[in-house]
Structure formats: C-alpha cells, structure tokens
Design a protein around this ligand. Sequence first.
Ligand code: AMP
Ligand code: MG
Length: 594
Amino acid sequence: MISVEEALEKVLNYVEVLEPERKPILDCLGQVLAEDVYSTIDIPPLDNSAMDGYALRARDTLGASESSPRYLVVVGEVAAGSMPAQEVRPGTAIRIMTGAPLPGGADAVVRFEDTDEVNRKLSGGDLSHIGILCQVEKGADVRGRGEDIARGDLILKKGKVLRPQEIGVLASLGLSTALVIRRPVVAILATGDELIGVDQPLAPGKIHDSNNYTIAAEVSRYGGIPKILGIGRDSVQSLTKKIYEGLDADMLTTSGGVSKGDYDIVKNVLAEHGEVGFWTVCMKPGKPLAFGVIRKTRGGKVKKVPHLGLPGNPVSSMVTFEQFARPAILKMMGKKILAKPVIRAIIDDDIVDTDERRLFARVSVTRRGGQYYASVTGPQGSGILTSMAKANGLAIIPEGGKGVKAGDMVEVQMLDWGEEQGDVEKLPVVSIVGKSQSGKTVLMEQLIAEFKRRGYKVAAIKHGRGGMKIDHPGKDSWRFAQAGSDAVLISSPDKLAFIKSVDHDLGIEEILPTVGPEFDLVLVEGFKKSKIPKIEVHRKGLGHDLSCSPEELSAIVTDESFDTDIPQLPWGDTVTVADFIEKNFVLKSPSNAC
Ligand code: AMP
Ligand code: MG
C-alpha cells in the first residue's frame, strides 16, 4: 500500500504539460496563458473626461463658489466616441460627456452638479453660458492617456490563469485571440455488467451508471474536455475494445473493476496492454485504485496514454478523482497550483478510523464567529453519493490514528474553492521554548520589538498557568461573566479584550483561530508539546541537554554549540534570530503580480 502523496507524485510524473493553441479569447476562460502579452496601445488612448460636465481651464475656476460663480462661454459640446471640434480658450468651456476626449486647451472637468446648468434649464435660461460653482485643480476628473495601460508595457505574464478580468484586458488591448495551453481531453469509461444508462428503465439487478456523469462533470469543472466512452462490460474483450476507443484522449479514466472481485478485470487489461503503476493507496474511501499507461502504436510510434482506474463505488471514484485526476488535469493545463485549499475547522462529530488508512470524511463546513466548523454529512458508506452531494469539503483524518473526537481541530479540503485560492493563509507562528530561566521572555520581548521595528504586525501568546488577572471583580465585564455569559468582550476606542470561558486548558492549535487574520507573525512563548514550529533558547549554565528533542526544533538559540544539523543561532543576537524567523516563517513567496 502506498501513501496518498506517493500515489499523487507517481500520477503527476506520468502527465506532461500540453502544447499551446491559439483560440478566441472567450474560449480561454480558466486556461493558462502561454505567451507574455505586451500592449501596443495606450489605454485610454487620449486624455478624456471621467464625468459628465464641462471641460475648462482650471485657472478659470479660481475662487469660484456657489455664492460667487465664475461664468464661462459655452463654445461647444463633445460626446464619447467623437472628437472635439473646438478648443477651450480662456473664459470658455465645452460641455463634455464621460469618456469623451478632452478638448485642446482644457485641463480639468467640472461636474454638472457643480455648475448652474440645472437651474438654467429649469428657468429656461440661456445655455450659451455656464456658471461654475466650485474651484477645481488641474487634472480634476480627467483620465490621463495611458493611465491604465501604456504602450509597450508587459500586461499579462506567461503562466497567468485567465479569469474574466484578464479576458477583458485582452479585449481592451484589441486582441481577439490568445495563446493558451490546450485543454486535455479525458476519456471516461464506466465498467460493470450491472450498469445501465440513465435513459433506460431499471431492470432486476441493474443500477443506473452515475460515475460517468460525476466524472465528466468533474473533468469539465477543472477545465478538461470529457469524452464519455459509455459502459464497458465485465469482460476483457469488451473493456479492451472500449479502452482503445479512448486512446486519442490525453488521459483515460475508468471506474469500477479494480478491486479483488472475480470480475475486476481493468487491471488485467492494463497489464496486457500497458504498464500497471500501482494498485492500492492508503486512503479511505478509494483503496483499490489503479494507475498505469496504455500503450498505443500509431504510425510506428508508441504513444502512452495515462490511465487512472478509479474504484467503482460512486463516493470512492469521486474522492480519488479529486485527489489524483484533478491535479493531473490541472498539470496538463499548465497550472502551477494543484492542491485544493485546506482550512482548519472544528469537527462537530466523533469520527472513528479503525483501519489505519487516511480517511476522507464528507463534511459540510460552515463559518460561525470567525471559526470554521465541519459536520459529517450522514452515513459515510462509499456507495452513498448523497453524502457527497451534502458536502462542501473532505475532512482529512490522518492515517495511523484512531480518528477524531468532536471538538478536535481537523484539516478540510474545500471542494468548491478554487485551487488559486491556495491554503487559507496560515498565520506564521513560532514558539519560543526553553527551560525555566533560559531567557524565553526576554527573547520574546526583544523579538517583538525587532519585528515591530521591521514594520510587522505582531501578536504574542503566553500561557498563563496560574490563571489571569484581567477579569477584575466588580467591573461590568466581570458582572456579565458572573451572570453566566460564556464570553465577554470589552471594546474601547483603542483596545479589544475577549474573555471566554473554556472547559479545558486549550492547545495552541485551538487558540490560534481566535487571533485575527490581520497579523503578520504570531510569537508564542511555551507550548513546547505542540506541533507548531519551535525555537529553543538554551543556556549552558542550565545543563547541556535541551528541553525538546532536536528533531522537533527549527533552531536553537544557544551560548554553546551542539553536535546537530539544526541551525544554531548565537544567544544574545536578536537580529540574527529575527532574520532566521523572518526568512523561514514570515516572508512569503513573491506574489505572481501579473
Ligand atoms: P467495482 O469496483 O466494479 O467492484 O464496483 C464497486 C461498486 O460500485 C459496486 O456496487 C458497483 O455496482 C458500483 N458501481 C460501479 N460502477 C458504477 C457506476 N458507473 N455508477 C454507479 N455505481 C457503480
Ligand atoms: Mg464492477
């Protein structure tokens, strides 16, 4: 049995990024740009008006106000799409519409509402003049030529995933087509003598094929082109024939016929006509899973088509598709981010995991009070497809454990979130651990000051073993708590305190979600048993051993040297420690700007 990660690596090693194609921009949604796009034009092409109003010279509005209007002669009008026929000379203005080119001589626009135009119209007055009711600066309500895009600029970089806004940008550049990595064609085959099509009436012993539909919809959702091959019967002959119909595709998925039953013959076909990659993955649902390549000879050349043999059970086939076929499709499309976003949520139910495999539990995730909660969507049989229909996430229960208890923190893969979203940004967290008297608190203070100096927003967490003294008897907040309120918040113009009753001594994982998302770094003192990254402060005067085992540590801040590979930082040199934390935990990879 191989791990989910090993299996994914093998699958991804077999698939390649496909070649680019040029096609109409409207067909490119979600595809990856295969060329850098430069602009050959300025956008906007000319200075133009951002408002409906009057184009004029800012100098002519000097001192204008409602009580003291400046009167200008209206010498013309210009609408969007036409060019001004006149120039604005001192003492004149041209009526102008949003988007219309700014007439020569004008350097600002005054909006209609800042003129006496409406009053003039109501009183049937003379529109050959206009009263300006406010003073404006040069450039007011003028959109400058090239303000959005300048000729020659790199506008979209190769590798960019095209969203509606990028498609709009391409259109604004006057480009009707784009060069993008082509979409993979994925052939889809259901297998099983018990299967009948959706349009056929049920007969004894038969069930409707649903996998072809789920998988085809998944392929489309992730940008591929599904090619449904239909239903293969449980015979080597039928399967071989069907599979060969799918070999023009970039990838083939079958469902069913991969477990140990007598009729499970996909692996036999695969063994005879290709290479078998692997058979069992340490996951539930989805243990029986086949991956390999089918060889195809065309014009003397051997082509290898990756084949993913998904399990037949509807939930298993979808979960394994999500874990393996989805990233393969994304890789073929040239995408760089292949993982589904993972969030941390509190699980509402106990989940028992008795057989040591990684469990993907179907859950419905909701957000309440800044915290995600995940509830199991009813019975979890791998044939119960409605458990998927009710779910928006897969809770990942690690292998080797015994499951989780209600209230535990779990990781959840968010099925309906786009990969581009990435993992919900995890706050960079580092804990300073060490023996008593090693100088943890002093280092914390120095690090906080150093990171503040570097411009970061820092949160610090301390474990108050002996209770805390912020809940002063007699204060209103104390009285609310005494009356039974489970949480009390006190807010003032410059501070917010949140005091919540808890029924056990919280682990740092449970505490972190209450730290708001606005911080750049969370520095923690203590919690040495937790799994967050830890740096131990060590003084040789306190003995030559460490309080954590070295493999749990990211670094040691020490006044003596250790025989270990872990980075050792000099005791008393806060700047070096801060550099280490900044480099390893805080600085993110440069954003993919365009
Ligand atoms: P298998 O892996 O072929 O042993 O199939 C496992 C279970 O999944 C059996 O109960 C099948 O009836 C069911 N199953 C297989 N293929 C499909 C399908 N295309 N649609 C719905 N159920 C299926
Ligand atoms: Mg079957």
